[in-house]
Design a binder for this molecule. Structure first.
Ligand code: SF4
Length: 164
């Protein structure tokens, strides 16, 4: 069996983002993965029961690791705490990795769940800071190689076992 790759559902054209939109990537490598039956897609937030659309949320004063450690919360713009939903979504993504023996993921950067290089800083002002979302942090903690939508070639190399 070909090794599978976990992808953020919004990158696969599913209208699951907080604003009901997608972030679809048109990429030949992703198309090949699709034809090879490698793609397992997940939206951690929707899997955790959050609605579409939903209020924007950001990690307040920290990163995915600090949410996993219980140090900071994920907060909606209106002030509601959604930390538990974000933790639940991350666990669902991790269980999919275990179920399908997945060690490579391509997740949508800048999301408080899926971001792997930068996330928004919690001020809801569009300011990004280096850091990971909750799902990316949990997956990396468990040895999954997490790439973003601009690193698909690197993800492909990791998937077919070459060095990256
Ligand atoms: Fe996309 Fe991840 Fe946000 Fe879901 S949680 S909409 S998969 S970036």
């Amino acid at each position: 069996d070909l090794r599978k790759v976990l992808m953020s559902a919004c990158l696969r054209g599913k209208k699951v983002r907080y604003d009901g939109g997608t972030l679809v990537v048109a990429d030949q490598i992703v198309e090949r993965w699709r034809l090879e039956g490698r793609i397992v897609s997940v939206c951690p937030e929707v899997e955790a029961g959050m609605s579409i659309p939903r209020p924007p949320a950001e990690i307040f004063n920290g990163s995915g690791e600090s949410v996993l450690n219980g140090e900071v919360d994920v907060i909606e713009k209106e002030g509601g705490k959604v930390t538990n939903e974000f933790l639940a979504g991350a666990s669902i993504a991790l269980s999919l990795c275990h179920k399908f023996d997945i060690s490579v993921a391509v997740l949508a950067d800048f999301s408080p769940s899926c971001g792997s290089s930068s996330i928004y800083d919690g001020s809801f002002s569009g300011q990004k800071v280096p850091g990971m979302g909750v799902t990316a942090a949990l997956l990396r903690e468990h040895g999954v190689l997490v790439f973003n939508q601009y690193e698909i070639a690197e993800a492909d190399k990791a998937l077919i076992g070459e060095s990256v």
